[in-house]
Design a protein around this ligand. Structure first.
Ligand code: FCB
Length: 435
């Protein structure tokens, strides 16, 4: 059913699973600071221990291998390998990732590394974080160092995970670290994130990094609630400010005019040459797909009756949106590189009953999204990988431990891992169609 070269994987990120927040010289990140501030996280939790993956990585990789997957997407905690985000490197931090890669190599699982999954070293935040243009240079230094050490041991390196979230949730509405609510600042942050991406790609190319280089963007198609001109215009604006805002600079070297027209650009600073720096050739585009945007001039928009229901996050299950999104990308960006679906998954209020987690609804979710992905491939989109989010239940940002996305259930008190029915299903699927 899928090409034999297809990569099948599971995804995680450092802060959500590693724990060991102050172990072996790791410096704090903005997520450590944010989670320890009262009232930021639904259940008052934090990632101090999380899934204790730092200590249990070998067992977790055995678990990954048992699912028959051939690819694993994880992120490096910047402050673990460079405690302040500038200055000295932390060898013990690098040793951890080196051990992780040893174990993946032993199991023949390709490693897909993400440099930045939202956990900026607090040391850099203290110097202005992503609002400070210099952070873009620190990020390029960090990228080059990781690439120098691990570039030959990983299949791919993504610069950022979902810069939309860092900008809009971190600086737009304060739901995420560092917890700032100022739209004008969020626009500037998005520019610095894009610039840091371009500089990092250049820095990694300069040392001939053999891994495939790219970026991971969260994307959604925007459906107008009605066929009215006003709703259609609203949907176009939503698409422009979320999808095209990141895609156009990378693939066309400019920001989308439709977005610029409606944004508060008063404090927006772009230096000469920035757009050329951002527009670097990349080897893959990572797409994280969870839902569509349903847009109306009426606020809040009246949501349609979701045919396939909602996830425990309240997100509409809408697999056909993945097909239409991928087709639109191919249409709009002739230079589109191969696409990896770097995240797709469903939160379910899972319960253990008689030692079993019956998450039939998650199986249907994955099945329908794989079909949707396949439909886009059949129409010519070059998709080369699919990563389920996530391997384990984990620290779901401002939802704490209340939301479970894993194929593997985690009992946080005992740290016991139990395969859900969806994990067993995924394992069987991959045994039959290993890619
Ligand atoms: C994505 C994030 C990932 C996880 C999933 C549910 O936006 O990249 O860390 O939180 O959503």
């Amino acid at each position: 059913m899928f090409p034999s070269t297809f990569s099948w994987g599971v995804a995680t990120s450092a802060y959500q699973i590693e724990g060991a927040a102050a172990t072996d010289g790791r410096g704090p990140s903005i997520w450590d600071t944010f989670t320890h501030r009262l009232g930021t996280i639904c259940d008052g939790s934090n990632g101090d221990i999380a899934c204790d993956h730092y200590h249990r990585y070998a067992e977790d990789i055995e678990l990954i291998a048992s699912l028959n997957v051939n690819a694993y997407r994880f992120s490096v905690s910047w402050s673990r390998v460079q405690p302040l985000g500038y200055g000295a490197w932390n060898e013990k931090g690098f040793d951890f990732y080196s051990r992780l890669l040893d174990k993946l190599e032993e199991k023949n699982i390709a490693a897909h590394l993400t440099l930045y999954h939202w956990d900026l070293p607090q040391g850099l935040q203290d110097r202005g974080g992503w609002l400070n243009r210099e952070t873009t240079e620190r990020f390029a230094d960090y990228a080059a160092e990781v690439a120098r050490r691990f570039g030959h041991r990983v299949a791919s390196i993504a610069t950022h995970n979902e810069p939309w979230c860092t900008a809009n949730l971190g600086y737009g509405n304060a739901q995420f670290a560092p917890g700032v609510a100022d739209t004008a600042l969020s626009i500037q942050v998005s520019h610095h994130l894009l610039l840091s991406h371009g500089l990092a790609i250049q820095a990694m190319r300069a040392i001939n990094c053999p891994a495939k280089l790219g970026i991971v963007l969260n994307q959604w198609p925007a459906t107008p609630a009605t066929d009215s001109a006003a709703d259609r215009a609203e949907a176009e604006w939503e698409y422009a400010r979320s999808v095209q805002w990141f895609m156009d600079p990378i693939f066309k070297g400019r920001y989308p005019q439709k977005a610029l027209d409606r944004m508060d650009m008063e404090k927006f600073i772009v230096h000469p040459g920035d757009m050329q720096s951002i527009r670097q050739t990349i080897d893959f585009l990572g797409v994280n797909y969870y839902f569509r945007a349903f847009v109306s001039t009426e606020q809040p928009p009246r949501m349609p009756e979701a045919e396939l229901g909602y996830s425990d996050m309240g997100w509409e299950v809408y697999p056909q949106g993945l097909t239409s999104l991928l087709l639109a990308l191919r249409e709009e960006y002739p230079a589109l590189p191969p696409v990896y679906i770097t995240e797709n998954g469903m939160a379910v209020a899972d319960k253990i009953e008689d030692g079993k987690i019956n998450d039939e609804v998650r199986i249907r979710y994955v099945e329908s999204h794989l079909q949707a992905m396949r439909a886009a491939m059949d129409r010519g989109v070059d998709v080369q990988a699919y990563f389920y989010w996530s391997l384990l239940d984990n620290f779901e940002w401002n939802s704490g431990y209340a939301k479970r996305f894993g194929l593997v259930y985690v009992d946080y008190a005992s740290q016991q891992r139990t395969l859900k029915q969806s994990a067993i299903w995924y394992r069987k699927l991959l045994a039959a169609d290993p890619g």
